[in-house]
Design a protein around this ligand. Sequence first.
Ligand code: IMP
Length: 429
Amino acid sequence: MSKETLKNWQGTIAVMGVDWGDSGKGRLIDDLASNAHVVARWGGGSNTGHTVENSLGKFALHIMPSGIFNKDVICLVGRNVAVDLESLLLEIENLQSAGVTVDNLLIDEQASLTMPWHRMRDGLRESLRENNHSDKIGTTGRGVGPTYADRTERVGLLVGDLLSSDFKEKLKEEVEIQNQFYRLGLDYQEIHRKYAKYARKIKRFIGNTTQVLKKAKENGQNILFEGAQGYFLDIDAGTYPFVTSSNPGIVGIWRCFDFHPSEINEVIGITKAYMTRVGEGPMPTKINGEERKFIVEKGKERGTTTGRERTPGWLDLVLIKAAVDANKINSLAITKLDVLSGLKIIKVCTGYRLQGNPADYLAHDARFLSQAEPVYEDFEGWQEDISSVRRFDDLPKNAKRFIKRVEEYVGIPVKFISVGPKRGEVIYI
Ligand code: IMP
């Protein structure tokens, strides 16, 4: 993609997290969707939470693509998303009651359904881990891990099964298997009553998303891929086992839509101006004390899905660069820069040490990250309120210095900065 701003983008772009998620993808997608013909969501399930605040209100989306507010944009939920109907139907209800039409939604028939037993198994596994003193993952408890486990085992129900005439039999068989294997005491009749109702509501949204995307590409339409979570939660590339069960990395797009990453014109990596992590797992740049309180409060750092307090950390440029290189990311979007206003010193991590000696980042090694000591560069902060700034040049000089250092270290331009939670409170560079 040429060097013009993202505001008037054309072609195909993808937005993925270069962190542990919760980077503000929802609001960026909501902004970029005004130029899109198709918004296509890959990976994750009801564990992910995208917050969008616009003239219609404030919304917490989990499965629904954040492009849904533009009624002319086709919104696809791809086959590698774990579809939790309880969550999705609630999202649909909330959107409809705010006047958003959701007729433009299409969910892939091949996507796996997250069922009540997946949530039960998720909870059970975590409590057993805790009792046995093995590493708790800190899952969101939404059944996402067990849904993907079943998918890899080639068992479980698909979204398309909701349309089939033998759905009732399939459901019965699955419930019996779950009861036999996991002794969950599931009541088939009750589950069937619920899911027959859900099926009636969701039927009209089911189809083949890959085909729609293929046509959109052939017709030269603008396609926006929306990721979930962040690269360091990737099942293969993340800080295993403290990861989620899908691919927030760019490869997830191919797995979801048969759309090759090389055909994407611009991959945008998104992070906050600091980082956060929720759940267990290492985070070298963790912030403690007063600064933690400041960021958590000002940034409202509580999980959209679980309400848990997120742990804040300084921007870890080593990790961001690793994500950028591995995914061939072309530009960065930095959100919540306004949250840092008022801090005296802002740190960025530009290297690691192990037992006092310089150490290179070891990819997907949770143990390495849990032992790595960050090497920081300190930046003087700024005190001004920046929420009304709309041009990069109008930012305080220390804020500009901070952004410039990020660009210099990572080696790609920052093209989008958010300075407030609402639609339009952004700087396109
Ligand atoms: P699970 O995906 O619910 O199994 O959780 C596995 C790990 O990923 C936990 O540490 C979660 O807190 C984390 N996680 C899952 N989804 C998100 C998200 O959308 N944002 C941030 N962390 C997430």
